[in-house]
Design a protein around this ligand. Structure first.
Ligand code: ZN
Length: 306
C-alpha cells in the first residue's frame, strides 16, 4: 500500500471538573473551545473539544470531564503524553509568558534536537510544548506528536511503518528508558509518534489526567474504509464505522494495548453551528435533542470566556 496516514486527527483524554479544564486550555494555552457537546455514550457528561480557530484536524484535543473522576495514571499500553507544536521563533516567548503568569513547567530538555517543556494541566497531566521550525500565526500550531508507552516497542512500530506508512526517525535513550520516533510522510500537523519503553514499573489506570485514545486522520469516508480493510486483513479487529457527528470513527487496539481511532476530516465542527460561533452553545446529536432539558439540568454549569 502506498497510501499513508497524514498524522493525528485528535487526542481524547479524561479530566476532573470541567471548569478548571476549560480555563486552562483556553486561557493558558490559548486554544479555542470549538465544540461543547456531550459524551455520546454517556450524555450526562460533557465532551469538550479544543482546537485552532477552525477546529482543524491535527489540532483537536478533547476531554470527557468527570466531576468525580479518580486520578488516572499512565502506564504501558497507554498514551502517556501529547505535545503541541510551538511555531518557529516562539519558544522563548512561550517560556517567558508562562513564567510571567507563574505557570510552572519542567525543562527545557532537548529531544531529537528540539527543546521541550512540560506543563501540567489541572489534573496533573503532562502537556508538552515542542519547539518547531514551522511558521504560524497561531499561538500553538496544533499537535507535534503523541507518546505511547509500550512494554515492547517493535510490534507497534511495525503497525506504524508497515500499515500506516510512517518512517522511523531514530532512537534516543533517556533517563530510565528509550524512545523511538516515527513520522508520517508529508508535513501535516501531528505527524510524529514516539514509542517509549520505560524501566520504571507502572500499572496504568484510566482516570482524570489520563489519555483515553489517540485518533489518526483519514481524508475521506472512502479512505477510512480502505484503512479498515487494511487493518482487518492484517489481523486487527476494527469496529464498524461509528457516526461521531463531526467525523466518522473506527476504533481498534494497537498491539501494545493503546486504543487507536481513525477519524475522517469531514464534516468538521461547522456542521451544526456557524464557524464564527463554534463552542458557544451546547450542541447535542439528533438522538439526544429530545432530552435537552434533562441533559442541561444534569450537566454542571460551565462558563467560557474566549
Ligand atoms: Zn476519538
Amino acid at each position: 500500500m502506498t497510501r499513508s496516514i497524514p498524522g493525528l486527527h485528535h487526542v481524547t483524554a479524561i479530566s476532573g471538573p470541567p471548569q478548571a479544564n476549560v480555563d486552562f486550555f483556553t486561557k493558558v494555552l490559548n486554544q479555542r473551545l470549538v465544540k461543547k457537546t456531550v459524551n455520546f455514550d454517556d450524555p450526562g457528561t460533557y465532551h469538550l473539544y479544543y482546537g485552532d480557530e477552525a477546529g482543524s484536524p491535527g489540532t483537536i484535543l478533547t476531554f470527557f470531564p468527570f466531576v468525580n473522576a479518580g486520578p488516572g495514571r499512565a502506564g504501558p499500553g497507554m498514551a502517556s503524553a501529547y505535545a503541541y507544536a510551538v511555531p518557529a521563533g516562539e519558544f522563548d516567548a512561550w517560556m517567558g509568558r508562562l513564567a510571567e503568569q507563574a505557570i510552572e513547567f519542567d525543562g527545557p530538555v532537548e529531544r531529537f534536537g528540539l527543546r521541550v517543556i512540560t506543563l501540567h494541566d489541572p489534573d496533573s497531566a503532562p502537556v508538552e510544548l515542542v519547539e518547531t521550525f514551522r511558521e504560524s500565526q497561531a499561538p500553538l500550531d496544533g499537535f507535534h506528536s503523541v507518546t505511547l508507552w509500550e512494554d515492547d516497542i517493535a510490534p507497534t512500530a511495525r503497525l506504524l511503518t508497515d500499515i500506516f506508512g510512517y518512517e522511523e526517525l531514530g532512537h534516543e535513550t533517556e533517563e530510565g528508558g528509550e524512545r523511538l520516533r516515527l513520522q508520517a510522510p508529508g508535513d501535516a500537523r501531528g505527524a510524529v509518534v514516539d514509542l517509549m519503553r520505560s524501566d520504571a514499573p507502572s500499572i496504568g489506570r484510566q482516570g482524570a489526567g489520563s489519555i483515553h485514545h489517540v485518533a489518526f486522520r483519514a481524508e475521506s469516508d472512502e479512505v477510512q474504509l480502505t484503512w479498515r480493510e487494511a487493518l482487518a486483513s492484517a489481523g486487527y479487529a476494527p469496529t464498524p464505522v461509528i457516526d461521531r457527528q463531526y467525523f466518522n470513527a473506527i476504533y481498534f487496539r494497537e498491539p501494545g494495548g493503546v486504543l487507536f481511532e481513525i477519524a475522517t476530516d469531514p464534516p468538521g465542527f461547522a456542521v451544526d453551528e456557524e464557524a464564527a460561533h463554534l463552542g458557544e452553545t451546547l450542541k447535542l446529536p439528533p438522538q439526544y435533542e429530545a432530552h435537552r432539558d434533562r441533559i442541561e439540568e444534569v450537566l454542571p454549569p460551565l462558563k467560557v470566556t474566549q
